[in-house]
Ligand binder design. Sequence first.
Ligand code: HPA
Length: 278
Amino acid sequence: MTNDLYINMINEAATAIGQAIATTMPVPKVAIVLGSGLGKLADQIENPIVISYAQIPHFKQSTAVGHRGNLIAGTLGGRPVMAMQGRFHYYEGYTMREVTLPTRVMARLGVNTLFVSNAAGAMNPDYKVGDLMVIDDHINFMPNPLLGPNLDEFGTRFPDMTEAYSRRLRNLADATAADMGVALRHGVYVAETGPTYETPAEYRMYRAMGGDAVGMSTVPEVIVARHCGIEVFGMSVITNQANDLGDDCRNDGDDVVRAADRASGTMTTLFTKMIEHC
Ligand code: HPA
């Protein structure tokens, strides 16, 4: 696909969303991507305008379990926000340009701060199911979403990644969590394509490389957001152990979604309070 065609698609999607919300509220500067089992945050959005992905030109369908497929605009923490209740994954068969189209649409609409969340397995043996991990950094084993002709009007050919996850927002998360009396982990998120979970040898490799948690999403959106100059905060909800636990440890997609759902209340409160102050 040519850059011109792709940019037209981004513009058409942005226009449709803008038209759906602009008569009711200011176009949000803060966007949230809700990962597997984390869609409940959207229930806290006040005066919601719900736009199903089917109504947005060039948005795909969310086929993954625990992903509902709505863009919801409204107020959270007293500020206009838009939340993606479900994302597109590379393992669903979408191209990286399709996976990251919504992120570029957000940039087009004027979003300058992105909160991304995901369900992740813990390589770090100290982590427990239900822990919240601030993503300090990532290691990317997916194809880079910026491969191919650069979209010059969005950003530079060689984007800096030394602070992919905003230090300012990570500090704000710590201060907010301290106020709430909630403990946060800080770690490195490893992104792989999936859809298989890892073999024990792969867990050991990721751990040896410096990874704390592993998942199948987030990094494409983060790379594209940084390319566009959007400030990013990332959070993993630990839904399962992804380390060598012995013969009776198995991974299962439904367990992952259930564990994410249980932890989603705390993450919702944290995001809401951070958005109030960011
Ligand atoms: N591995 C990969 N992706 C995941 C996991 C995991 O253990 N848990 C939730 N998403």
